[in-house]
Unconditional design. Structure first.
Length: 317
């Protein structure tokens, strides 16, 4: 009877091993746990080890020592940031009048109502193309992010009409602003003049994935607010690989080339575990064990309304 129990538990262990495919447990190790110590605690411990390996990602991409050390090199933090603004919201009547004047459809009604949340100096001549109305980062959020790292050289990878770039320029020394759309770059320069920071901006019309900085240029921070599907994005569980344009893995890999801090501005429904996995998958194997990475998720509110999530990726040797 005891032999039958041992056989049953050994089959259970082999089933777990086959499903999880651990790379650091040999057949001898599995057999030893099953025969020499067939207790419930041993089984639970092995299952926990296998599940941990699965959580770490695919160990075939890294050596055994790197995989074992990775869990201890990644620090994940969570924070809620509640911002306030007293900028007024247009009445429905005012907003509809503005829509008609701007030639926009009712789809933009709520964005027009909160135009002073997008740019506090909107009435001084701010320019936005239709897409920018729903893609620009609201000013309170952009200013909060810009203040976090002052006096930096910043790369704004998807600058659009300037929501983030203008605030970075207010608090930092230099901002390289990338966008593939020439109209948005025109808006950026026009809007930057209103805020008196055009001299700090370096607009570059190109695809971020093809951008190559001069060897002499070093960045302290890269800001990434890629397009996420307009107003129709998934508000329950936003899939980064399905919803982000261009390919999210490619953007992640490109962002790591600059070897600096990064801040991502993404939908509030972003699947945070997926972000962590994509980061780990795209880190070069040489980075493991040599740098301590911190990922900080910040849920950003304006006047108690949850709008976006900022994800800070920082590291130190």
């Amino acid at each position: 009877m005891f032999a039958a129990k041992i056989k049953s538990k050994l089959q259970y262990l082999r089933a777990i091993k086959k499903a999880s495919k651990p790379q650091d447990l040999s057949r001898r190790r599995v057999k030893y746990l099953a025969v020499a110590s067939p207790s419930h605690d041993s089984l639970a411990k092995l299952k926990e080890e296998l599940e941990e390996q699965e959580e770490l990602g695919n160990p075939q991409n890294h050596s055994k020592s790197e995989v074992q050390s990775w869990h201890h090199k990644l620090d994940i933090k969570y924070k809620t940031v509640k911002l306030k603004t007293n900028k007024r919201i247009l009445s429905m009547v005012e907003a509809k009048q503005q829509l008609k004047k701007l030639g926009l459809t009712s789809k933009y009604l709520n964005f027009v109502r909160k135009k002073y949340h997008l740019f506090s100096r909107f009435d001084e001549g701010t320019l936005l193309d239709p897409e920018s109305w729903y893609s620009v980062t609201p000013e309170p959020i952009a200013e909060y992010i810009a203040k976090k790292y002052k006096n930096q050289s910043v790369l704004d990878a998807f600058c659009g009409s300037g929501g983030n770039s203008i605030q970075f320029a207010r608090y930092s020394d230099h901002v390289t602003c990338i966008d593939i759309d020439p109209i948005k770059l025109q808006n950026l320069k026009h809007n930057a003049r209103i805020y008196g920071v055009l001299h700090k901006l370096e607009p570059v019309q190109t695809n971020f994935l093809k951008f190559k900085a001069p060897a002499s240029k070093k960045f302290d921070l890269v800001c990434l607010a890629p397009p996420w599907g307009g107003t129709e994005y998934d508000r329950n569980a936003f899939d980064l690989r399905k919803g982000i344009t261009p390919n999210f893995d490619a953007i992640m890999k490109k962002s790591l080339e600059f070897g600096c801090k990064a801040v991502w501005i993404l939908p509030r429904s972003t699947m945070q575990n997926q972000f962590v996995e994509i980061l780990k998958e795209n880190l070069p194997s040489t980075a493991l064990g040599k740098k301590n990475y911190t990922i900080e998720f910040e849920n950003l509110y304006i006047n108690d309304r949850f709008l976006e999530v900022a994800i800070w990726v920082t590291w130190k040797a």
